[in-house]
Design a protein around this ligand. Structure first.
Ligand SMILES: O=P(O)(O)OC[C@H]1O[C@](O)(CO)[C@@H](O)[C@@H]1O
Length: 568
């Protein structure tokens, strides 16, 4: 396919469009009765099972999707990514998050240079520094051990580390090594978030890690300045050197901020913000909390999927299959959303992280060469752990809109809780729902079944479930740090596969710029109005009126220093 040709203009796309019309006539109830089909639509790797038999798809669909992958040069694009080519063309950057978790002896080139030694230099530095803090050889300004860490960052500098932190909090090995320590995150610029974060913390025992790829993000820099004042107010200006460290690609700005670059952990422009959890962005705060050896297992898990993705044929390649099925659901069956439903509370923060990875990556309106897309790319991701979600939005999924679901289950719970005298453990109860929901969605319930159950006629339509609602089931052996790394990489690569097929740039994010620059204009005017009494100008009537109202109504609020923030 020539690079300027849209994927939707190809014969492979047209064939899938026609094929989708046929598939829409079938029902999952019937498709699932074919055991041979079900057996073929499942794949296993390293203890992970992907069952995609509940997709509205047949073996023919899969063949046609492989044809589409061929026409989209999927294999070449994956190779280009792993070879460090500048596939993020609008920013002229390589996309090499796979290098962040490569083994020490791997060779991954960017601009003719093997980047793996640089990665391991930083990992070694993280290991050494985190061990000093954890062992108490690096202490605060008053000689006290630093037991509490606040990671200040937003977007990719927050969501991935929070997801992994939340998951590790259930891993017995991680829990044991985190005893007596706490890790908190400060992301939102809302003063409430600042107050909540510092509540109960003592600056004497707190290490603040400022995490920002660019070191210019408005929210992060303001929060970093606030916490710097919090430290200075309690311990004096010289305490900053002991209590503040940084993770960034911009070490010049780190130094300008007042953090010693020797206490900063670098990463590189070939790591996208939302793909940075395996860089110092995640590895450093998580190593402070859990120790480097636990975090290394997480990296190894991600790396195992990197190798699987790179070398496994498409028929057995979990991220490739998932990516192609997502394209099938969005572009051919017309389902714009995807629900991420982990049946484990440990993955509570997984959907929020994937929201950013997926929607910032694939929420694009033009192809990689700038041609407007005649189809919608990306999907709307949302989710909650089961069974909580079942008591929230599943009604819509069962009887309202059709939303393809990802069910994620774990064979061995990290926390088996058995009730004495009860037959079913908490985990079995959870998993009963994990197994039941996909079938409920797929089969539904017919009016005939309801009539046989003597449901009153006026309720039959209300109690009918159309079924034929697609899902995939991903069954992980357990949720160790290693498995968490695998899950992360499966989704990262799946999202890249989708973008490669749609022919978009999944690695830039120009869509976040406009709001940021308008906020800069508002911020300038707010300052000018508050300090010099200047009138608000340059906005439309509505915005001018709202800002003016806001200024007038908030003019009597005292500008307290952050140290006097009420603790929540
Ligand atoms: O790490 P930084 O540079 O502070 O950026 C934070 C986030 O802001 C964005 O650039 C846009 O929201 C994200 O892509 C990024 O993860």
């Amino acid at each position: 396919m020539a690079s300027s040709t849209l994927i939707s203009d190809t014969q492979a796309w047209k064939e899938l469009t026609d094929h989708a019309e046929d598939i829409k006539k079938s029902h999952l109830r019937d498709l699932l009765s074919n055991e041979e089909r079900s057996q073929s639509l499942a794949v296993e790797f390293d203890g992970i099972l992907l069952d995609y038999s509940r997709q509205q798809a047949t073996l023919e669909t899969r063949e046609k999707l492989f044809k589409l992958a061929e026409v989209a040069s999927l294999k070449q694009k994956i190779n280009q990514m792993y070879n460090g080519e500048h596939i993020n063309s609008t920013e002229n950057r390589a996309v090499l998050h796979v290098a962040l978790r490569a083994s020490r002896d791997a060779v991954i080139q960017s601009e003719g240079k093997n980047v793996v030694p640089d990665v391991w230099n930083v990992l070694d530095k993280i290991k050494e520094f985190s061990e000093r803090v954890r062992s108490g050889s690096w202490v605060g300004a008053t000689g006290k051990e630093l037991k509490d860490v606040v990671a200040v960052g937003i977007g990719g500098s927050f969501l991935g580390p929070l997801f992994v932190h939340t998951a590790l909090q259930t891993d017995p090995e991680a829990v044991a090594s985190a005893r007596g320590r706490q890790l908190r995150f400060l992301a939102n610029v809302d003063p409430i978030d600042v107050a909540k974060t510092i509540t109960g913390l003592n600056p004497e025992t707190t290490l603040v890690v400022v995490v920002s790829k660019t070191f210019t993000t408005a929210e992060t820099m303001l929060n970093a300045r606030t916490l710097r004042e919090w430290i200075i107010a309690a311990l004096g200006p010289s305490a900053v050197a002991k209590h503040m460290v940084a993770v960034s690609t911009n070490l010049t700005l780190v130094e300008k901020f007042g953090i010693d670059p020797n206490n900063a952990f670098a990463f590189w422009d070939w790591v996208g913000g939302r793909y940075s959890v395996c860089s110092a962005v995640g590895v450093f705060p998580l190593s402070l909390q859990y120790g480097f050896s636990v975090v290394e297992k997480f990296l190894k898990g991600a790396s195992s999927i990197d190798q699987h993705m790179f070398s496994e044929p498409f028929e057995r390649n979990i991220p490739v299959l998932l990516g192609l099925l997502s394209v099938w659901n969005v572009s051919f069956l017309g389902y714009p959303a995807r629900a991420i439903l982990p049946y484990t509370q440990a993955l509570e923060k997984f959907a929020p992280h994937i929201q950013q990875v997926s929607m910032e990556s694939n929420g694009k309106g033009v192809s990689i060469d700038g041609t407007p897309l005649p189809f919608e790319a990306g999907e709307i991701d949302f989710g909650e752990p089961g069974t909580n979600g079942q008591h929230s939005f599943y009604q819509l999924i069962h009887q309202g809109r059709v939303i393809p679901c990802d069910f994620i289950g774990v064979v061995k719970s990290q926390q088996p809780v058995y009730l004495k005298g009860e037959v079913v453990s908490n985990h079995d109860e959870l998993m009963s729902n994990f197994f039941a929901q996909p079938d409920a969605l797929a089969y539904g319930k017919t009016p005939e079944q309801l009539q046989k159950e003597n449901v009153p006629p006026h309720l039959v339509s209300h109690k009918t479930f159309s079924g034929n609602r697609p899902s995939v089931s991903l069954l992980l052996p357990s949720l160790t740090a290693y498995n968490v790394g695998q899950l992360l990489a499966i989704y990262e690569h799946r999202i890249a596969v989708e973008g490669f097929i749609w022919g978009i740039n999944s690695f830039d994010q120009w869509g976040v710029e406009l709001g940021k620059s308008l906020a800069t204009q508002v911020r300038k005017q707010l300052n000018a109005s508050r300090t010099k009494g200047e009138p608000i100008q340059g906005f439309n009537f509505s915005t001018t009126a709202m800002i003016t109202r806001y200024l007038q109504a908030s003019s009597d609020i005292p500008a307290d220093p952050p140290t006097s923030l009420p603790q929540i």
